[in-house]
Every structure is written in C-alpha cells, then in structure tokens.
Ligand binder design. Structure first.
Ligand code: NDP
Ligand code: MG
Length: 395
C-alpha cells in the first residue's frame, strides 16, 4: 500500500491522541501507510516529543515560543526538527501532506487549518471553530484549493456518512443528537452553582476540558448547529437538536418523504477519525461493536432552552449571519475561560455571550480573515467588559 503523508495539528490533545491511535492501528491493515510530516502541540512538550519520536515525524512544533529550547532538548538525537510559535504552526500546516487532522482547540486553529486547506489535500476537520467563525471563507478556500473536507465532529461525520449527495435536493432537516451533558437533569439553581470539576465530568465522551464544559452548557451543540449549517448548506430552520442520553445515534438526516436515516456507533471518536482516515473506503477500526440487546433502549427528548440558552443564541446567530458566528464563538471562549478561572458562574457564561452579541450587533459579512480576527478580538474584549461590569461582585 502507498504511503500517505500525514500532519496532525493538535497532536497532544484528546482528538490528537485518538488520531495517533488510528495511525498506529493503520500500519498493518492493508490501507495507506502513514508517513508523518508534522505534529503540533502547545503546552505538553513531553507528549509532543514522545509522539514525534514514535512516528519519526519530520517536524514537531509547539505553539509556545517560550518552550522552544525544551522541545529541542526533548528531541535531541531523534532527527526530528523542532520549531515553536504560532507562525511555525502555520508553516507546519503548509508543508505538503496528503491528509491533515485539524484538531487544535479554539479559534487558534483557524489560521493553521486554512494553511492546510490551501494545499489541496484532505482536511479531516475536528476544529469546529473554523466553520463557526469563518465558515464562508473557510469553505471558499477549500473550494479554491480543490481540497477535500471530511468532518470529524461525530455528529457531522454521521450526517456526512448518511447524506447521499444525489438526494441532497430532497433534504428536509438534520437532527443533531446531544447527550445533554452532566447537567441534563439538574435544576437551574443547582446549575448556577456548578463547579468546573462537575462540568468536565461528561457521562459518555472522554474529551478535552474546554469542549467538556461546552458540552455541559450545550455551547458545544450551539457551535455544532452553526458548523452543520455551513457544512451542509442549510437554512437555520433545518437544523434541529435532540437530546439523546446514550450518544449511540450520532445524528440523523430527514428527507422530504419523511424518511430519517441515522448513523449509530459506540461513543468513541476513533469511529469518526477512522472513517475520515479510510474514506472513501471502510476498514476495521479499534472500536467497540454495538450490542443492541445489551443497550436495550435508546431515549430521545427535546432540549430545554431555558436552562440551555446556548441553543437559542446559536439560532439567533445563524439568522444574523456574517460575523455573528465569530462573535458568538469568541465571546463563548472568553466566558469559558472566566468560568474555568472561577471568575463567573456556570449560567453566567450564556448571559455574557448574549450581552456581548447584543452590544456588537448588527454583524457585517466575513469579507476576509482580517475582518474575522478583528471581530474575534472585539468580541473577546466586549465579553471581558461585560464580565467586569456585571460580575465584579464575583471577582
Ligand atoms: P484538547 O484540549 O484535548 O487538545 C487541544 C490541542 O490543541 C492540543 O494539542 C493542544 O496542545 C493544542 N493547543 C492548545 N492551544 C493551542 C494554541 N493556542 N495553538 C496551537 N495549539 C494549541 O482538545 P480536543 O482534542 O478535545 O479538541 C480539539 C478540537 O476538536 C476542538 O476544536 C474541539 O471542539 C474538537 N472536537 C473534539 C471532540 C472530542 O471528543 N475531544 C469531539 C468533536 C470535536 P497541548 O495539549 O500540548 O497544550
Ligand atoms: Mg460533536
């Protein structure tokens, strides 16, 4: 089998680790043989160096320029080149590769993922913030470069698997499933006092800390609504959310004739990552097979938008269009940071985002990357101002 040149952006994260696991497993399965070009990380220098040695990467890059010497030391004698800083991450993403996993967390993933897209290879996209903040620009770059975009977010990967392009004109709606997170059955009062430790205790998925908190607030689902809208070219009213506590149905597609197609699997990101690795073929993956008799039941319920206002905010941002998605994501990242630092309460996150969006509206179209970065910065600053004004008592 032919070698395939591979880069993993965010190799030290949760998705990164699962991706390396898929690449490890792929070595002898008859499919393409991974040949690692670049691995990138941020704070976890030891993990980055260990992975770069194991996969004999050409290049390992940390986003943190202050950690360069440490990374270089950790790679001494390995033959792996070391680099550091945000620009070096973008340069790593721009090195010729056939398949790139985009799994940096947050808006920091935008520039590197665009650089990967510009090469015209395959972009396996975990970083949803790219589509939320700069959906039109990102998709235009994918089209311009002739790149292939494969969604890795499990819901979007599920839709990608079951959405037949020939039947696209008859698409009625997509139904994003949501586990409901650890606070699914909590009262608003209890949620207002939730701690970081409680928020990261996700019932089904083992994920990075920030996306785990976003799952608890359903801001993750809010981002995914906007992500789906861009990926599949939908009207805001065609994007539905359904709470499904078992996380076995990864999402569904509804057609004009009333048929609904679903993709099911164990809640393990290696499904979606492995699918993106093997696409358009399918190969055995190191994941659990579903045992339906043992599952015995699957539950579905409507989301509660009073306790989870993030879903309404996403719909409003989709209606507003333009840079609203970018503002929502940036305000959410600022509010998330404030919650993680115990500067605001759990339910304050949605209040901060809502107040920030109200102050920045109306939203211009996302004309270029400069406009996106300017809005990202403005929304973070505005969110911090809202936090300082409304939540001084907590600080
Ligand atoms: P993690 O927090 O586990 O990992 C994030 C990765 O990004 C790490 O490699 C981290 O490096 C790196 N990183 C952090 N900050 C920066 C920065 N400023 N510049 C460059 N790199 C940076 O996140 P996840 O793996 O959970 O999520 C990654 C992306 O995938 C997110 O966009 C998330 O929404 C999406 N996603 C994740 C899912 C999951 O199950 N985890 C499911 C669906 C989507 P280091 O660790 O060395 O500091
Ligand atoms: Mg998801």
């Amino acid at each position: 089998p032919a070698p395939r040149r591979v880069t993993v952006l965010g190799a030290t994260g949760s998705i990164g680790a699962s991706t390396l696991d898929i690449l490890r497993h792929a070595a002898g399965d008859g499919g393409p043989v991974p040949q690692v070009v670049a691995l990138t990380g941020n704070g976890n220098i030891a993990g980055l160096a260990a992975a770069a040695r194991e996969f004999r990467a050409e290049l390992a890059v940390t986003a943190d320029p202050a950690r360069y010497a440490e990374l270089k030391d950790a790679l001494a004698g390995s033959g792996v080149e070391a680099a550091a800083g945000p620009d070096a991450i973008v340069e790593a993403a721009a090195r010729p590769a056939d398949w790139c996993m985009a799994a940096i967390v947050g808006a920091a993933g935008l520039a590197p993922t665009l650089a990967a897209a510009a090469q015209g290879g395959t972009v396996a996209l975990a970083n949803k913030e790219c589509l939320v903040s700069a959906g039109d620009l990102f998709l235009a770059e994918i089209a311009r470069a002739g790149a292939t975009l494969l969604p890795v977010d499990s819901e979007h990967n599920a839709i990608f698997q079951v959405l037949d392009p020939a039947q696209r004109p008859a698409l009625d709606r997509i139904i994003l499933t949501a586990s409901g997170g650890p606070f699914r059955d909590w009262s608003a009062d209890r949620m207002s006092r939730a701690t970081l430790r409680e928020a990261v205790a996700h019932p089904n998925w083992d994920m990075g800390a920030r996306i785990s908190v976003d799952s608890a607030s359903m801001f993750n689902k809010a981002l995914e609504m906007i992500e789906a809208r861009h990926l599949f070219g939908l009207a805001p009213s065609q994007v539905e959310v359904l709470v499904h506590p078992q996380s076995v149905v990864h999402s569904m597609v509804g057609y004009a004739d009333g048929s609904v197609l679903a993709q099911l699997g164990a809640p393990d990101m290696r499904h979606a990552i492995g699918y993106a690795w093997n696409w358009p073929e399918r190969r055995a993956l190191p994941v659990e097979r579903l045992d339906f008799a043992a599952l015995s039941r699957l539950d579905f319920l409507a989301p509660d938008e009073t306790r989870f206002p993030a879903l309404r905010l996403a719909r409003e941002a989709m209606e507003a269009g333009g840079l609203a998605g970018c503002a929502l994501n940036a305000a959410k990242e600022a509010a998330l940071e404030a919650f993680m630092e115990a500067r605001i309460g759990f339910l304050d996150m949605a209040r901060v985002v809502e107040a920030t969006l109200a102050r920045l509206a109306p939203f211009a179209p996302a004309r270029d990357l400069g406009a996106v970065f300017a809005m990202d910065e403005a929304a973070r600053a505005e969110a911090e101002a809202v936090i300082a004004r409304d939540h001084a008592r907590l600080g």
